[in-house]
Write a protein that binds this ligand. Structure first.
Ligand code: HSE
Length: 309
């Protein structure tokens, strides 16, 4: 194969209580990565189609940096050139940097001979190199679900230990993106460095509850386990109407609402499409009370990760 075109899904990281360890893939939107082999060795990003300006310099690009170690760990006679079409809005908190990185490593793997191919989990590890460009941290909670699909649990970063978790079939998500800028690096810098032991106990109770709920299709358990005591109390202060959005969503049937990744998007998990439609309606009514531009959409939680299209 000399060229390939790949879809890499947007993702919701943290899922409430699982800061830096839990995430899931959305059916849409996603980034498209087109890659071809070149005679000239090395990696070139030839084109970036995006509403916001993003660098094509390898060291400044999440996809570029994700490919550097992967490319140099094989003795290849060819180079690669890629074009990225951004479908995931940069700065939205829905894994934009991760989708490009995941799509790039997945696409490159398709171009390799069988003997050179990497496992899916190795791809996640390489894609994490890209996350450092965006957030300064090597976290896998967006790249893992973007590569693998469904829900993923990052038990440990180094060495990487990622576990795929079942996705209950009626799980829908409403994602509301208020158009304010929150950089992941800033949103990480403001976090408390320590939390109370009593909060930690509540937190790991919820993480365990969330994972158990996903394994047993227990939607109510999923909802009541989403509460976060570590990062949301600080980060929610950056999101206009956060408390009202959460209250209205839950009053109207959402299982729970929390911040998507480092924000500013918020997401509500819902059981069934009908419930997601009513939650979307109240979120719109609530955010309309501000002067903010926003976009909102419903997606099924997707069991598919990166795929060739
Ligand atoms: N877990 C990361 C954070 C996700 O919350 O900072 C960033 O998208």
């Amino acid at each position: 194969m000399d060229k390939v075109k790949v879809f890499a899904p947007a993702t919701v990281a943290n899922v409430g209580s699982g800061f830096d360890i839990l995430g899931f893939a959305l059916e849409a939107p996603g980034d498209i990565v087109e890659m071809k082999k070149t005679q000239q060795k090395g990696i070139v990003i030839s084109e970036m189609i995006s509403e916001k300006s993003l660098s094509c310099v390898i060291e400044e690009n999440t996809a570029g940096m994700a490919l550097v170690n992967m490319y140099s760990s094989r003795d290849l006679s060819f180079g690669i050139e890629l074009k990225i079409t951004k479908g995931v809005n940069p700065g939205s908190g829905t894994g934009s940097s991760a989708a490009s990185a995941a799509g790039a490593v997945f696409a490159f793997n398709q171009l390799l001979d069988d003997v050179d191919k990497f496992s899916d989990k190795e791809l996640v590890d390489f894609a994490m190199d890209g996350e450092v460009v965006a957030s300064g941290a090597r976290h896998a909670d967006n790249v893992a679900p973007s590569v693998l699909g469904g829900f993923t649990l990052v038990r440990q970063n180094d060495p990487l230990d990622v576990i795929q978790i079942p996705t209950p079939s009626e799980l829908y998500v409403v994602v509301l993106h208020p158009e304010i800028e929150v950089k992941t690096s800033d949103s990480r810098a403001i976090l408390k460095k320590q939390i109370q032991l009593s909060d930690a106990v509540k937190q790991w109770g919820n993480v365990a509850g969330l994972v158990a709920g996903l394994f047993t299709d227990d939607y109510d358990l999923i909802g009541r386990s989403m509460e976060d005591f570590a990062v949301v109390p600080t980060r929610s202060l950056l999101i206009p109407m956060y408390d009202q959005l959460k209250e209205k969503a839950i009053e109207n049937g959402a299982l729970g609402l929390s911040i998507s990744g480092s924000g500013p998007s918020v997401f509500a998990l819902c059981k069934g499409l009908e419930s997601a439609e009513s939650v979307k309606k109240v979120l719109v009514e609530t955010i309309e009370q501000t002067n903010l531009l926003y976009n909102i959409h419903i997606s099924k939680v997707s069991t598919e990760g990166c795929k060739v299209i």
